[in-house]
Unconditional design. Sequence first.
Length: 150
Amino acid sequence: MMPTARPMEAVSWAIGPRGYDTRQEAAIKRTLVLGEIAHPDDPSRLVPIILREGRQKTSKPNGKGHGRRHIEFTHGQEIRDLGFEDALDFSHHIVMNHNMDRQSPRHYSRNLSIFNGGKENMREALHLMDSGDHYRVTTAYPLEAFMKKA
């Protein structure tokens, strides 16, 4: 006898108040390129930034995950309340408008951030992992409620 898959509704879905329920939405079927950033060792070489569907542990509101599903689950409602359409729109906004790029050689990651003034006024951030020939989005999050899409 073949095991039957449990319907999505039967799976624990402990979404928090800042998250957004994506169970009724179509999944991203292919990799999306959000833009490009300079390679840390060779600024003349551009490296693509990609967003994938990703995954999310849904048993807790702050469960682990990555990609679009994770961003929506943890910050989707916040993102919409700020005037963005979805995680894709929000992530693309950060890629195109970031004014700080911090690298962590120890973790092979980068954080693109949008600041309004000094370091203490970060409005949103996008975390990227180095995947060889590209960076992949692991998460994105807003930090100030007053930030609205221009």
